[in-house]
Design a binder for this molecule. Structure first.
Ligand code: TRP
Length: 321
């Protein structure tokens, strides 16, 4: 597989760019760090543990909806699709989908990490030897060329599970849906997981579990910055907090400073007051009309919505207008 690898020089400049971005985020009135620092090896393991927590309903609910409605989803998608997945997760949902589709022709996982892609493809190839694996190592928020499968496919289906769309601000989410619209191509469609608005208690418990794994996951970002950017965050000096902002319909993940303190990172020093927070991620929750409106702004019509019995999570089948 040729996923391309960065040269030493461009790796150095991306390090400089990342450091600059970190400095800029920590200079804001509301300090923030990019969620892209969550998923190193330890972070990915902790996230998998989060997905198994009793309080963290999204993963379990989405998988439940899939198990129940996959044959129907496959009928909407139709025969001989080319499946383009934006980002790669633990792989279970992908396996369920590929297994249910009618003669999937090719699978195009798109992810920033070449190693992550290779592992996924190696595993899937064993279970689905008839599906052509065509990984693309790139940042999926920008348009990219989709490889042509060797066999004729009927249409493209973009697959975006996990409600990762909720981790983008609404404007950026519409932009990303526009990229998907483009990659779906003429006659193509989108199957997307969207977490829905619900009572604050359920939401806050899902993001503040009692066993503390969520807290470890959020704090791991500071550990990573210490290791990779020569920072000196004291992990004992912060605690995790997640609050549901009912006005904007989003869970906000924060790291709260337990005292007045200073942190060095690269050649810069930042001051945090006691109770001041660093925001690490938003997770937007939508109503069905809100999401339909965003999809429409990107040129998609929602044709079918599947939800669980509590109406907590949705899988949505959308067609290009
Ligand atoms: N993308 C996940 C979500 O929005 C990330 C996540 C789950 C998360 N639990 C967290 C991020 C706790 C920070 C802290 O559901």
């Amino acid at each position: 597989m040729d996923t391309g690898s960065e040269s030493g020089a461009s790796q150095e400049s991306s390090y400089a760019r990342d450091l600059e971005e970190i400095h800029a985020g920590l200079s804001l009135a509301q300090k923030k760090l990019s969620p892209k620092y969550f998923y190193d090896e330890r972070g990915s393991q902790l996230f998998e543990a989060i997905c198994d927590l009793p309080e963290y309903y999204p993963t379990r609910t989405e998988i439940g909806i899939m198990r129940k409605y996959l044959p129907e989803m496959a009928r909407y998608i139709g025969p001989r699709p080319n499946v383009i997945e934006f980002g790669i997760g633990s792989g279970l949902k992908t396996k369920l989908l590929l297994g249910a589709l009618d003669q999937a022709v090719a699978f195009v996982p798109v992810d920033i990490s070449p190693e992550h892609l290779q592992n996924t493809v190696d595993e899937l190839e064993r279970d689905y030897p008839d599906i052509e694996m065509m990984p693309v190592a790139t940042d999926f928020t920008h348009p990219f060329p989709v490889p042509e499968p060797s066999a004729q496919s009927e249409r493209n289906v973009v697959y975006f599970p996990g409600s990762t769309i909720g981790n983008f601000e609404p404007d950026a989410a519409v932009e990303l849906l526009r990229v998907m619209h483009r990659e779906a191509d003429k006659g193509g469609c989108l199957l997307i997981g969207v977490d829905l608005q619900k009572d604050s208690n359920t939401l806050e418990q899902a993001y503040n579990d009692s066993s503390g794994i969520t807290a470890e996951f959020n704090l791991n970002m500071l550990r990573r910055l210490n290791a990779e950017f020569d920072a000196d965050f004291d992990l004992e000096g912060f605690r995790h907090d997640a609050v549901y902002n009912t006005v904007d319909g989003r869970i906000e993940m924060h790291l709260v400073s337990l005292r007045d303190q200073q942190v060095n990172i690269g050649n810069r020093r930042f001051t945090l007051n006691r109770d001041e927070t660093i925001c690490t991620e938003y997770s937007y929750k939508y109503t069905l009309p809100q999401f339909a409106d965003m999809a429409a702004q990107a040129g998609f019509t929602v044709k079918k919505v599947w939800t669980d019995s509590k109406g907590w999570f949705s899988l949505q089948y959308c067609e290009r207008d």
